[in-house]
Design a protein around this ligand. Structure first.
Ligand SMILES: Nc1nc2c(c(=O)[nH]1)N[C@H]1C(S)=C(S)[C@@H](COP(=O)(O)O)O[C@H]1N2
Ligand SMILES: [Mo]
Length: 538
C-alpha cells in the first residue's frame, strides 16, 4: 500500500477555507468587542468607533455628496459599506495565511491597533473603553489560531488520504460555534447598550405643556391639499441630521447643563430646574446648511422650552464674549453668536418639547438648543450638556474645523413641491410649494413658466416671521412640456439670487425649477391631478 507523506508544516490551506477562517476571526473580534462595549460604554465598540472616526475624518465634499446622494440614510450606507470592507479585510487575513498563520496574526494585530486608536481617540473616551478593543483583539487572535489549526489538520489529513471525518467535523463545529458566538455577542452588546432606561425616562416626562399660552396655527397656513408640505411637520417626518451612528442615551434625571466661561455667575441647570421655569412654545422652521436647492432638509415644529435670553441674562455675560460655545454629551460642538442668543426678540430656546411630546431621542432628548434663523450646525445642539461663553477666536466648533462657515444665518429660499419634477398633471393643477426667510419673513413669491414673465403667487396665512410660508399659483396651463421656476423676496426687500451655489460653506443659493408635462384633459393624470379629491385640514 503506497503512502504519500504530507508534512503538516508545509501544507497550505485551500483558498476558501483560508478566507473563511480569516472572515470568522475578524467577525469574532467585532462581536466580542461590541459585547464588552455594551458592558462598558457604547462608544467603545470597535465597529462603531471606526465608523464614527470615519465620519469625523470624512472630507467636506464627501460628506456633502453622501448627504445629497443618500439623504438621511447615509448612516445605514456607511455601516453597510464598513461591514463589506471589514469582511474583505477578513478574507485577506485568511488568504495571506494559507501556508503560515504569521502574516494573518500580524494583520489582526494591526487591525486591533487601529480599532484601539479609533476607540481611545473618541471624545470623552474613558480608561475602561480600552477593554472593548482589547477583548476584540484577544477573541480575534484566539479564533484565528484555533480555526487555522483545525483547517490545516483537516486539509493535511485529506491530502494523506486518511479518514477526515473527525478533523473536518472539528473545523465545522468550531466555525459554527464562532458564527453563533459572534452573533450572540454582538446582539448582546446591542441590548446592553440600550439599557439604562432612556425610553422609560422619556415616557415618564409625559406631555410637555407650555406655561404661557402658545401660538395656534391659523387656518390656511398651508396648501397641503394642493401639494405643499403641511405647516407643522409631524415628529416622525422631521428631517434628522447628526454625526451619530448610535444615539446618545441621556436620562432626563441625569441631565445637567453647565453654563460657564466669560460670565459673572456660573450656573448649573438640572431637569427639575428647567421644567420649573416658565415654558414658552413657538412654531419654528429649522433647516440644515447641507440642504440643496429644492432639498427636503427643512421642517417646522412647535418647540417648547426655556428662553435662552433669560438664562444668559441671569449668568451675566461679560463684555467681549461674542460666542456661545455648546457641547453635546458625546463631544460634538457648536458655536453661535452671543448677540443673537441674548436677544429676547429672537426666541432662542433650550428646548424640551417638540409638537407637545418630549423631544424624540434622535432630536436631542432630553434637551437641545433651537435658534430661529440660524442653520442647525451653528445653533441646534442636541443632547446639550455644556454652554461656555467665550470668543470666536478662542474656540472652533466641529463643522468650522471641517471647512464650514463660522456664522451661518438661514438664507431666503423657496422650493416647488407640486408638480413633482417630470410629473404629468392636468391643465388646472396649481403650482405649489414653500418659501422661507426665517426672522425676516416672506414678502412675495413669484413663479414663471418657460422663462415668461414672473407672476406673483398667492401666499398662505403668515404664522410668524420664523416659519416657512406656502405659495400657490393657479393655472390653467397649456398642454405640453413646461419649466416652472420660483423665487422669493423677503421683507427686507431682498430677492433670491439666481446664482446657483452648493451648500458649502454657508448654504446653497439659486432658484428651484421643475420640468413637468401637462396632459390634455381626459388623458392619464398624475399626482396632484384634479381627479383626486382632497380635503383641506385648514
Ligand atoms: N449633538 C449634535 N447636535 C447637532 C448635530 C450633531 O451632529 N450632533 N447636528 C446639527 C445639525 S448639522 C443640524 S442641521 C441639526 C438637525 O437637527 P434635527 O436632526 O433635529 O433636525 O442638529 C444640529 N445639532
Ligand atoms: Mo445641518
Amino acid at each position: 500500500m503506497a503512502c504519500i507523506t504530507v508534512d503538516i508544516n508545509t501544507f497550505r490551506l485551500s483558498s476558501p477555507v483560508a478566507a473563511f477562517v480569516g472572515l470568522l476571526s475578524v467577525a469574532a473580534g467585532l462581536g466580542v468587542g461590541h459585547l464588552v462595549a455594551g458592558l462598558v460604554s457604547s462608544r467603545a465598540s470597535p465597529f462603531l468607533a471606526v465608523g464614527n472616526s470615519a465620519i469625523d475624518l470624512t472630507p467636506l465634499w464627501l460628506r456633502d455628496f453622501a448627504i445629497r446622494t443618500f439623504g438621511t440614510y447615509d448612516k445605514t450606507i456607511l455601516l453597510l459599506g464598513m461591514a463589506v470592507v471589514i469582511g474583505l479585510i477578513g478574507v485577506g487575513v485568511g488568504l495571506v495565511s494559507r501556508r503560515s498563520r504569521t502574516p494573518g496574526l500580524v494583520l489582526i494585530v494591526v487591525l486591533g491597533t487601529l480599532a484601539t486608536a479609533a476607540v481611545t481617540t473618541r471624545p470623552k473616551a474613558g480608561l475602561l473603553d480600552f477593554l472593548a478593543p482589547l477583548a476584540a483583539l484577544i477573541a480575534s487572535v484566539g479564533t484565528f489560531v484555533v480555526l487555522h489549526e483545525r483547517g490545516r489538520t483537516s486539509g493535511a489529513q485529506a491530502a494523506e488520504g486518511a479518514t477526515v471525518e473527525a478533523s473536518r467535523r472539528a473545523l465545522l463545529t468550531g466555525s459554527a460555534a464562532v458564527v453563533a458566538g459572534a452573533g450572540i455577542a454582538a446582539a448582546g452588546g446591542q441590548l446592553l447598550a440600550g439599557r439604562g432606561g432612556v425610553e422609560a425616562s422619556r415616557q415618564a416626562v409625559g406631555r410637555i405643556v407650555p406655561t404661557l399660552s402658545p401660538q395656534r396655527i391659523p387656518p390656511k397656513a398651508d396648501f397641503a391639499a394642493d401639494g405643499s408640505p403641511t405647516f407643522i411637520t409631524p415628529n416622525r417626518d422631521f428631517y434628522r441630521i447628526d454625526v451619530n451612528l448610535t444615539l446618545p442615551r441621556l436620562r432626563a434625571e441625569d441631565w445637567r447643563l453647565r453654563v460657564h466661561g466669560m460670565v459673572a455667575r456660573e450656573l448649573t441647570l438640572t431637569w427639575r430646574d428647567l421644567i420649573s421655569r416658565p415654558l414658552i412654545e413657538r412654531p419654528v422652521t429649522m433647516s440644515c446648511v447641507s440642504n440643496e436647492v429644492g432639498g427636503h432638509l427643512i421642517s417646522t415644529a412647535h418647540f417648547t422650552g426655556v428662553s435662552l435670553a433669560d438664562v444668559l441674562s441671569e449668568v451675566g455675560v461679560r463684555p467681549g464674549a461674542d460666542q456661545v460655545f455648546t457641547t453635546s454629551v458625546d463631544g460634538w460642538t457648536c458655536g453661535s453668536p452671543t448677540a443673537v442668543l441674548a436677544d429676547p426678540g429672537r426666541h432662542a430656546m433650550l428646548v424640551i418639547g417638540m409638537n407637545g411630546a418630549p423631544l424624540p431621542i434622535e432630536h436631542g432628548f432630553p434637551v437641545r438648543m433651537i435658534v430661529p434663523g440660524l442653520y442647525g450646525f451653528v445653533s441646534g445642539t442636541k443632547w446639550i450638556t455644556d454652554m461656555e461663553l467665550t470668543t470666536f477666536d478662542a474656540q472652533r466648533a466641529y463643522w468650522l474645523q471641517r471647512g464650514w462657515a463660522q456664522r451661518a444665518p438661514m438664507k431666503t429660499m423657496s422650493r416647488i413641491d407640486s408638480p413633482a419634477a417630470f410629473g404629468r398633471v392636468s391643465p388646472d393643477t396649481p403650482i405649489t410649494g414653500v418659501a422661507w426667510a426665517p426672522t425676516k419673513g416672506i414678502k412675495t413669491v413669484e413663479v414663471r413658466l418657460d422663462h415668461g414673465p414672473w407672476q406673483p403667487a398667492e401666499l398662505s396665512t403668515e404664522v410668524n416671521l420664523d416659519t416657512w410660508r406656502m405659495f400657490r399659483l393657479r393655472g390653467p396651463w397649456e398642454p405640453g412640456h413646461h419649466l416652472a421656476e420660483v423665487r422669493a423676496t423677503d421683507k427686507t426687500g431682498y430677492t433670491q439670487t439666481a446664482d446657483r451655489n452648493g451648500p458649502i460653506p454657508d448654504g446653497a443659493t439659486g432658484w428651484h425649477s421643475v420640468q413637468f408635462t401637462v396632459s390634455e384633459l381626459g388623458s392619464s393624470l398624475g399626482p396632484g391631478s384634479s381627479g383626486v379629491i382632497c380635503v383641506n385640514e385648514g
